[in-house]
Structure formats: structure tokens, C-alpha cells
Write a protein that binds this ligand. Structure first.
Ligand code: 3UK
Length: 535
């Protein structure tokens, strides 16, 4: 590792041993990168060399930045980090803020300085921040002044964290930028130097930190967008996932920058606000979660969405009924894609004529996948098993024993039950922990949800197994009814009959509970474990 540019060698020391890494494949010529690579040089400095300096890189309610302005702002922030806060290459820098131009510039500044970005979800509280700061031994933090409080509490519990600077604060980071020159010499990092540590929340245990290299950042830009999204320079990207979630980092920052497009960064969006923003900014590409498409569909007619061309959905399975509702409302067939923090971004997807409703798609060029039995052997097409994937990116947990659970025999096991058909299309079944075993039958919670969601009275729903003396578990549905339907026993019966008419009858929900909302993460994922625990 003598070629590393990291002076602080924490990352290299805490990577899993190479023998526990997944096998990495670089089949495609566009995924061959030089040994020395800094993703900020590639995505930002190069953009100016390509003549994109005067194009808008970022648009936002806080103002717009051209590529040149974004470069200069990032350079100044990098200087503050290095000259004022004694940052050295390899240090971990926590980034805390909702999506904004400043958050994006801070991310690039950290890359330029050869440090490691640890971006955190805006809603995290002191306890969660403490766990992350401690685990990643974070030394510096750049934090939106509006979110300062919880981080200050965390700081009192974290010895490693010595420097916090607030942005969106004239007395904070902004005051230091004024007298900094607008140039900066990027640290000449190695392609395999860690660029970011992305934490995955999970439902149990301490958060896991996934370590990704400068090369990985480029690899996601040169796979999903090139083969599936097929972007053009005039594209305008917009969406909801936070930059702290790698779905958002890729879709709302890295991909647009790779292709000279612009991105709209807005701090918080409701479904209605997202539609209004598409109309206002004439967005052509939207990234969001399935539930957002579902909630936007009935509102879409009230907006001019003529600029919209491509809609990407990830984070959880896209119900067929949601795909249909969105297509009826806008004429657009959603691009579903499964990604994971461990893999950095999407690895199975399909667009255009390749879309098959109900399927996530096929492994995207650069990646390969298979469906395995409990021993890790590939099963026949049409058989449900565990999904395993390989590609140019993969799982490397920061000092974590769970590495050997995710990576086995060189393959990444995402924890998802999948089925591959004869044509090589991959059909999501359930998270392994969301499979319900009732009276000896294997029932996929999401499959029952899909069936329920085709009923016109169902706005949203979640299906789990609850303990039952006789059957082991029974299927229980939590249903958010549409406003115009009374949540009563008659509706519950109607829904049960609806499922019986569409799926094998043993899958119908024996219990139905009506609720006003469902518990979801900041990234739009259903928290079925909360329903199981009854919290
Ligand atoms: C589930 C899906 C069915 C699946 C992510 C795109 O979601 C992302 O990362 P996370 O680490 O969660 C990973 C898990 O989420 N999942 C995601 N997408 C789909 N299930 N269909 C889908 N389309 O269980 C997976 O193992 O939060 C998504 C890009 C980057 C990401 N980090």
C-alpha cells in the first residue's frame, strides 16, 4: 500500500483483509482506471477542462452554482480544512446537512483534500452520531448550522472529534472562505484510497460503515448511468434521497456531474413539492423511492411535467400497481433498480423496452448476479433463493465481524430473496427477514402488499408475520386507507377477499389493521421491524 496518499492510515488499517473482500470484476473497458485517481479531479476539475465552466452544476432555492463556481467554492473549503483546521489526507470528515449546494461543495472539498467523507442523514440524533463518529474516528465535521445541536451533544462524548465548523452561518465556514484563494492542488490519491465511509442503518446492532474508494465513485458513474439511464448533457436531475444516502449521492450529485448536466438540490420535499419542482426547474430525470411515485401519481395531472423523461426508483421493491399508476398519470415507465450501500449504487435494473413489470431487471453491464441455495450453490431458474452479486464495487465493512456474513466465497450477499426467470430477469421476493412462514408455507410479505395495493381503497400497506400458536405465524396487513373509504370491518373483509382472489388463498392476511401512516426511514424504506415490535 506504499502508493497511498493517506498520511493518516486509519482506513487502510481498518479495511477487512483482502481475503475477505468480494471478488471485483472489471470486464468493461470503461471501468479501467489509472492507479492514481482522485474522483474530485475527474468530476469537477475536469468539467472545467471540458469547457463546462459556465454551465449550471447546481440549482437550488439557496442559489445556483456554475461548474466553475462549484469548483472555486470547493477549493476554498478544502483550503479551510487544510490551512485552518490542520486536516491531513486520510482524516475522516463528518458532513451533516440536508441537500444543498454547500453540502455538495463540502463533499468535493473533502475529496480534494484526500480526506474521507462520512456523510450522515439529517435526522440522526446524538446517540447515532456518537456511534458513527466513534466507529470512524472522525476528527473534523462540517455541519449545517440548522443541525448543530445534536452534533454538539455528540461531541461531548467523542474524543476524536476536535474540529466542528458550521456552514450556512456567516460567522462560521462562510467567514473563513472570503480571504481564501480560489485554487487548490488536489491530493494525488490512489484509486484504492478510501474516499467515503457510508453508514447503513440496519435494524439491529451498531451501524455498519461501508468503505468505498475513489475508483468506486467513478465506477458507479460509468455503469448504471451509461447503460441504463443514458443521460445527455442537457439533463436536469431532481429527487429526494439525501446526499448522505449513496442512492442520492450518485443520482443527485455524481451522475449529473459526470455528464455535464445540472442537479437541483432541495432540502426537503413532499410529493407535491417534488412535482412543483419538476415543473419549475423543467427536470428531466427524477430519483426517488416507490412510495413517492405512489403518492405523486394522483397529483400529477395538476402540473406541467412535459420536461420529465426518466424516473428512477430504488430503496425498496417497486409494486406493479405503483408502476401502473405512475404510467397512467405521466406516460413514463419507471426505471426500477436495486442498489445497496455495500455496493455503493444500483447493480440490477432495466429501462425502456427491457422493463418487465414485477421484475427489478437484469444485472447491469459490469455486474453479474446469481440466485443461491443455503449452501451457496446456484439454483435453477424459477427457484427462489438468496441474491449474490459481483462487480467493480463491493462490500468492505469498516472493522466489522459482519463482513463474513455479507461476503462469502467472493460474492456479495445482499440479504434479499430473489428469483431469476428463464430469460435472466430478476424478481424480488422479500428481504430474507421479511419472509413469513405460516403453517409451513413460505409467504413473501411484499407479494401480499402488491396484491393489496391493487385495491382502490388502499393508499399504502405493509405486511408482516405475527406469532400464532396454531400456525407459527399468521399474515397481518397494516393498511392506510384512501381518504374516501371508511376503515371498518366491511373493508377489512373486502381486502381479504381481494387477496384471496389474486393469490393462493393461504397468503391472505388473516389480520387487518387500519393505521393513519406507516413507519418509514428517511430514505423511504418501510420499517417492518417496528410493526413487528408494535412500536
Ligand atoms: C432493498 C430494493 C427491491 C434491498 C440503495 C440504490 O437502498 C439502497 O441501499 P440500502 O443499503 O438498502 C439495500 C437494500 O434495500 N432495495 C433497494 N432497492 C431495491 N429491494 N427492489 C429495489 N429496487 O433489500 C437491498 O438489499 O439502504 C439503492 C442505490 C444506492 C443504495 N444505497
Amino acid at each position: 500500500m506504499s502508493y497511498t496518499a493517506h498520511v493518516d492510515t486509519f482506513a487502510a488499517e481498518n479495511l477487512p483483509p483482502r481475503s475477505l473482500w468480494p471478488e471485483l470484476i472489471f470486464d468493461l473497458p470503461e471501468l479501467h482506471y489509472p492507479q492514481r485517481l482522485n474522483c474530485a479531479t475527474e468530476l469537477l476539475d475536469r468539467a472545467i477542462e471540458r469547457g463546462w465552466g459556465d454551465r449550471f452544476a447546481i440549482r437550488s432555492p439557496r442559489g445556483d452554482l456554475t461548474y466553475r463556481q462549484l469548483l472555486e467554492l470547493s477549493n476554498r473549503i478544502a483550503r479551510v480544512l487544510v490551512e485552518d483546521l490542520s486536516l491531513i489526507p486520510g482524516n475522516r470528515v463528518l458532513l451533516r446537512g440536508a441537500n444543498s449546494p454547500m453540502m455538495a461543495a463540502c463533499w468535493f472539498a473533502v475529496m480534494k483534500a484526500g480526506a474521507i467523507a462520512v456523510a450522515t442523514m439529517p435526522l440522526l440524533r446524538a446517540k447515532e452520531l456518537t456511534d458513527i463518529v466513534t466507529k470512524a474516528q472522525v476528527s473534523h465535521a462540517l455541519c449545517d448550522s440548522a443541525l448543530a445541536e445534536e452534533l454538539e451533544i455528540a461531541r461531548t462524548r467523542c474524543d476524536s472529534l476536535s474540529m466542528i465548523l458550521h456552514f450556512h452561518d456567516e460567522a462560521g465556514l462562510e467567514s473563513r472562505l472570503r480571504d481564501k484563494p480560489a485554487d487548490f492542488r488536489n491530493v494525488d490519491t490512489a484509486a484504492e484510497d478510501t474516499a467515503l465511509i457510508a453508514f447503513t442503518s440496519g435494524t439491529t446492532g451498531l451501524p455498519k460503515g461501508t468503505m468505498h474508494f475513489h475508483r468506486d465513485v467513478m465506477a458507479i458513474c460509468d455503469s448504471f448511468p451509461r447503460s441504463i439511464l443514458k443521460p445527455v448533457a442537457g439533463d436536469v436531475y431532481l429527487g429526494t434521497p439525501p446526499l448522505a444516502f449513496t442512492f442520492g449521492l450518485g443520482g443527485l450529485l455524481l451522475f449529473p456531474m459526470r455528464f455535464g448536466s445540472s442537479t437541483v438540490l432541495i432540502e426537503k420535499l413532499t410529493p407535491e413539492e417534488l412535482l412543483r419542482a419538476v415543473q419549475h426547474h423543467r427536470a428531466s430525470i427524477v430519483f426517488t423511492a416507490p412510495t413517492f411515485y405512489r403518492m405523486m401519481a394522483p397529483l400529477a395531472a395538476g402540473f406541467d411535467l412535459s420536461s420529465l423523461e426518466k424516473c428512477v426508483s430504488a430503496g425498496e421493491a417497486l409494486p406493479v400497481s405503483t408502476r401502473q399508476l405512475w404510467k397512467e398519470a405521466t406516460g413514463i415507465d419507471i426505471i426500477d433498480g436495486i442498489g445497496a450501500t455495500e455496493m455503493l449504487h444500483i447493480f440490477i435494473s432495466a429501462a425502456g423496452a427491457d422493463i418487465r413489470p414485477g421484475a427489478t431487471g437484469r444485472p447491469i453491464p459490469g455486474y453479474r448476479a446469481r440466485v443461491c441455495d443455503a449452501d451457496g450453490n446456484t439454483v435453477q431458474p424459477g427457484t427462489v433463493g438468496m441474491l449474490a452479486v459481483q462487480g467493480p464495487t463491493g462490500c468492505r465493512y469498516l472493522a466489522d465481524e459482519r463482513q463474513t456474513r455479507y461476503v462469502r466465497s467472493g460474492w456479495n450477499f445482499t440479504g434479499d430473496a430473489y428469483l431469476m426467470d428463464e430469460d435472466g430477469y430478476y424478481f424480488f421476493q422479500a428481504r430474507a427477514d421479511d419472509m413469513i412462514i405460516s403453517a409451513g408455507y413460505n409467504i413473501s410479505g411484499p407479494e401480499v402488499e402488491d396484491a393489496l395495493m391493487t385495491h382502490p381503497a388502499v393508499a399504502e400497506c405493509a405486511v408482516i408475520g405475527v406469532a400464532d400458536e396454531e400456525r407459527g405465524s399468521i399474515v397481518k396487513a397494516f393498511v392506510v386507507p384512501r381518504k374516501d373509504r371508511a376503515p371498518d370491518a366491511a373493508l377489512a373483509r373486502e381486502l381479504q377477499d381481494w387477496v384471496k382472489g389474486r393469490l393462493a388463498p393461504y397468503k391472505y392476511p388473516r389480520a387487518v389493521e387500519f393505521v393513519p401512516t406507516l413507519p418509514r426511514t428517511e430514505t423511504g424504506k418501510l420499517q417492518r421491524f417496528k410493526l413487528r415490535k408494535g412500536v
